[in-house]
Design a protein around this ligand. Sequence first.
Ligand SMILES: C[S@@+](CC[C@H](N)C(=O)[O-])C[C@H]1O[C@@H](n2cnc3c(N)ncnc32)[C@H](O)[C@@H]1O
Length: 230
Amino acid sequence: MHQIITTEDGSVTLYIPELNEHYHSIHGAIQESQHIFIAAALDYFLDTYPEAISTAHPLHILEAGFGTGLNAWLTLIRATERQIPICYHTIEKYPLANSELEALNYTDYKSLGDNHLFHQLHECSWETEHVFTPHFKFCKHKEDFQHIDFPPQFDIVYFDAFNPNVQPHLWSTEVFERFYKAMKTNGILTTYCVKGIVKQALRTVGFSIKRLPGPPGKRQMLRATKTSSI
Ligand SMILES: C[S@@+](CC[C@H](N)C(=O)[O-])C[C@H]1O[C@@H](n2cnc3c(N)ncnc32)[C@H](O)[C@@H]1O
């Protein structure tokens, strides 16, 4: 059973005692997600390629690790704020229990006014595309990262697996190859982890990588770009 922990920005996260691992940074769950995925991936992509996204060509995002739904929730809010159409796919092998979801307080800190949509992210059916708002379509895949097989359709990957100390096999060239293949040319992947083995695996697969300042409590993060179509 996961424990509920309040992080330094007041938002909660989950702790898994058996793995000694948190779902988010203890220095601020919302702050971390906002910094690594919303600012360094979503906002960066939209500001770098302002012509790329339109009603006919929505932004496609793939998330590795749905977990608490925090990244999906912040993305839904950002899609509304920026009036950008987003098609969001997320992968999760171990969905949380309802009792764990009840403790999450993300709608207290970042609200759309229509907070039942946060609960809908968890309650909606798997493997089906759901239209949440005029700017946000959403599909959950109950799948292992190691087995994903998507055609190259994604502009952005939020890579949010547990730390490689805990799950090294999820940060391997074999897994990154699957995400690389799922991405369009110029697509970007962001992650909180800057470990040498992670950078090496990303480079081996063909990404060019850049270290960026990290969120509060973390010196650096990574943004990887798929620069070639292969
Ligand atoms: C660091 S947590 C992040 C979760 C989420 N992004 C959030 O904001 O709550 C990692 C997530 O990856 C999921 N996970 C772990 N191993 C997996 C696997 N082999 N395939 C798919 N999901 C996995 C976990 O259940 C967990 O939800």
